[in-house]
Design a protein around this ligand. Structure first.
Ligand SMILES: [Zn+2]
Ligand SMILES: [Zn+2]
Length: 216
């Protein structure tokens, strides 16, 4: 049984997730902790719950999702997991950090690549990889079929979708990813997004203005 803890970090207000089980196994998804006090909050939570971080996962590699990758790697010795199409975005992140006035030290360790259909284990539990390009070419979602939740990154938000005006973004591809992949999931699946509050697949099918029923 997995529990999800959400943090909202950095001036970009990005959602970082810690997913953990009863044995203390945990995965850290998109560590966006930028400031040292945010890194302390994350580390204190892990310490206070006696968690043992096992996986460092990114949904995609825009700067706000990767600020804390190096910190997590240095603190817990974890290797970064991303989609192969996202390596170029990871490499570019410090450049966009400079232009946003948010310089940071990028992760430069080994990378484990995840592809559509791969599964990863968090203790006894499984997360399935769904490739959902459009916001970013290597955007992936982490889907827990057994517990009916998905970590969607910046693909789908409550009543919104990810922007597609950034380099390598494509709006048609994004809408296709949502319609043909995420909207095939059961309505009750909880969606934990990269920004903003939690939602569900069913709620977004009904209420997302970018994906109205008529155009499905
Ligand atoms: Zn993004
Ligand atoms: Zn984001």
């Amino acid at each position: 049984m997995l529990t999800i803890k959400q943090f909202t970090f950095s001036p970009v207000q990005e959602n970082t997730y810690v997913i953990y089980n009863e044995q203390g196994w945990c995965a850290i998804v998109d560590p966006g902790c930028y400031f040292s006090n945010e890194r302390k909050v994350l580390r204190d939570f892990i310490d206070d719950h006696s968690l043992s971080p096992k996986l460092l996962l990114n949904t995609h590699c825009h700067l706000d999702h990767v600020f804390g990758n190096k910190f997590i790697h240095d603190t817990y010795g974890l290797i970064l997991h991303i989609h192969p199409n996202e390596k170029v975005v990871l490499d570019f992140a410090p450049v966009s950090g400079q232009s946003w006035g948010l310089p940071f030290e990028n992760y430069n360790g080994a990378i484990t690549y995840l592809n559509e259909g791969d599964t990863i284990r968090v203790g006894q539990d499984m997360l399935e990889i769904i490739h959902t390009p459009g916001h970013s070419p290597g955007s992936i979602c982490y889907y827990c079929r057994a517990q009916r939740f998905i970590i969607s990154g910046d693909v789908l938000f409550r009543e919104s979708i990810g922007r597609t005006d950034l380099p390598l973004g494509n709006s048609e591809t994004l809408l296709k990813s949502i319609r043909e992949k995420l909207f095939l999931l059961p309505d009750e699946v909880m969606v934990y997004s990269g920004h903003g509050p939690v939602t569900t697949i069913g709620y977004e099918k009904m209420n997302n203005p970018f994906l109205s029923q008529e155009s499905l």
